[in-house]
Design a protein around this ligand. Structure first.
Ligand SMILES: CC(C)(COP(=O)(O)OP(=O)(O)OC[C@H]1O[C@@H](n2cnc3c(N)ncnc32)[C@H](O)[C@@H]1OP(=O)(O)O)[C@@H](O)C(=O)NCCC(=O)NCCS
Length: 186
């Protein structure tokens, strides 16, 4: 892949639409979150692989908050586009909507971000084409992904410090307002 290869976001934009059948439901009659995650992974793969022109793997998944339940009989559409590219990584933004034909409603259930990495034939991360940004909205998404990535470093470091601290220092004080009981002595 040459350094000067760029692709438009529209080139790889992908939508996956699927009818939610009873086999996808949980015991409460709503669609399993895992079914939706699996479909999101598929559409993220298709979008990333088309942009990269290679095999890709899922590296991380962010912002998976299901805001509203999806019902059996609804038509779910997942629209994926490349929001950001690094060297071998791509952030794929996925907007999920569920359409209820009977009620004539459309609800936005979540927008999530999948980081995918392009691999070469030897399984090594490989460079992906850059992005041609055509609109202000696309530029906003690109910068938002940059900022999210910048925030990860300090977040991971803080989490590591908290873990180290807690290894030596879980005490009754920190748990006093929580809904748990210690059945052992600290
Ligand atoms: C993630 C993986 C590709 C990293 O490989 P590596 O040889 O360590 O390569 P690098 O450290 O150069 O990382 C490659 C890219 O992944 C990105 N990356 C690595 N870990 C990441 C994480 N936790 N979150 C987001 N991006 C990550 C790096 O920032 C880098 O991006 P860039 O090339 O755009 O700068 C490798 O660990 C892997 O293949 N993991 C398994 C993925 C998989 O099988 N997924 C399917 C789920 S079962």
């Amino acid at each position: 892949m040459t350094d000067d290869k760029f692709r438009q976001i529209s080139y790889s934009r992908t939508t996956l639409t699927e009818l939610m059948i009873p086999a996808y439901a949980n015991f409460g009659g709503k669609i399993h979150g895992g079914i939706l995650l699996s479909l999101m992974d598929k559409v993220a793969y298709a979008c990333a692989s088309k942009h990269a022109g290679t095999y890709c793997v899922t590296v991380s998944v962010e912002n998976v908050d299901f805001l509203q339940p999806v019902e059996v009989g609804e038509m779910v559409s997942m629209s994926a586009s490349v929001n950001y590219v690094g060297n071998s990584s791509m952030v794929i933004g996925i907007k999920v909507i569920a359409e209820n034909f009977k009620e004539g409603t459309v609800k936005h259930t979540n927008t999530s971000y999948f980081t995918m990495v392009a691999k070469d034939d030897h399984g090594k991360p490989t460079k992906v084409p850059g992005l041609i940004i055509d609109t202000k909205e696309e530029a906003r998404r690109f910068v938002e992904a940059m900022k999210r990535k910048e925030l990860h470093g300090p977040y991971k470091e803080q989490l590591r410090m908290v873990r180290t601290m807690l290894e030596e220092n879980v005490n009754h004080g920190i748990l006093k307002d929580e809904r748990c009981k210690l059945s052992f002595a600290i």
